[in-house]
Ligand binder design. Sequence first.
Ligand SMILES: Nc1nc2c(ncn2[C@@H]2O[C@H](COP(=O)(O)OP(=O)(O)OP(=O)(O)O)[C@@H](O)[C@H]2O)c(=O)[nH]1
Ligand SMILES: [Mg+2]
Length: 232
Amino acid sequence: MIKILVIGNSFSGKTSIVNRFVQNKFDSNYKATVACDFSMKILKIEDTEIRLQLWDLVGQDSRIGGINKLFCRGASGALVVADITSRESLESTISWKEQVDSHVALKNGEPIPMMLVVNKYDIIQEQEDSGREVEDYMTQEFLENFASDHGFIGVLRTSAKTGHNINNAFSQLVRQIFVMEFSSTYQEDEQAQIYGNGGNLRGDGKSAVKQSFQLQNNQGNGKKDKKKKGCC
Ligand SMILES: Nc1nc2c(ncn2[C@@H]2O[C@H](COP(=O)(O)OP(=O)(O)OP(=O)(O)O)[C@@H](O)[C@H]2O)c(=O)[nH]1
Ligand SMILES: [Mg+2]
C-alpha cells in the first residue's frame, strides 16, 4: 500500500482530482473538505497492480498552522495542486512542499517525491489552443522551470473536469516513488547486483516498479477500485 498526500490551497481542485481519478466523475458544486478524506485506488502499471491510499487534505491548513504531522506519517509521495487561474495558489505550493518536507522524508533523508499539478487547465486550454495569449505563469515552459527550481519531480497541467492528465499525474508520481524508494532502501552495490550493471534507477520507473515488487514479495492484489470516505 502506498500512501499519497493530495495537498494545495483551498478550491484548487484536490477533491475533484481524486474523484476523477477514483470514480471518473466530476461535480461542479463546491463542498469544502473537512480535515481529510481518504480513498483507495488500484493503479495498474505495466503488469503490476499497485494499491494507493489517497489522503485528500483540507486546503486551509497552510493558513491555520500548517499540515498536521500525523497526516504525513508514512507518506510515500504527494500531489501538490495549484489552480491555473490563481498565481497565489501556485506560489503557495512552495510552502506546502516545505511543510511536508519538514515532517517526512525517505530513508536516506531525501525528500519524498512530489508532483506539481496545475489544475483547471480546461479554463484556459481553448484560449491557448487557438493561439491567444495566456499569462506567463500558465505556460508549460514557465511551470517546468518553476517545478525544477522548487524540487518537484515534474509538473502537469490537469483538468478534473475533462480528465486531462489526471491518470498521467498519478502514474508519473507512483513510478517516481518506486524509483526513489528503491534507491533509498538499497545501497549502490546491492542495486548493481540486482540490475547487473549498476542500474538505471532514475530514468526507468518501469523496471523499478517490477524490481521493488519482486523484492517486497508483492504487496497484494485487490479486486476492485473503491472509495472509502472517512475521517483520518
Ligand atoms: N473548471 C474546472 N473547475 C474545477 C476543476 N477542478 C475543480 N473544479 C471546481 O473548483 C471547485 C473547488 O474544487 P474542490 O475539488 O472542492 O477543491 P479542493 O481543493 O478540494 O478544496 P478544499 O476541500 O476546500 O481544500 C469546485 O467547484 C470544482 O467543481 C477543473 O479542473 N476545472
Ligand atoms: Mg477538498
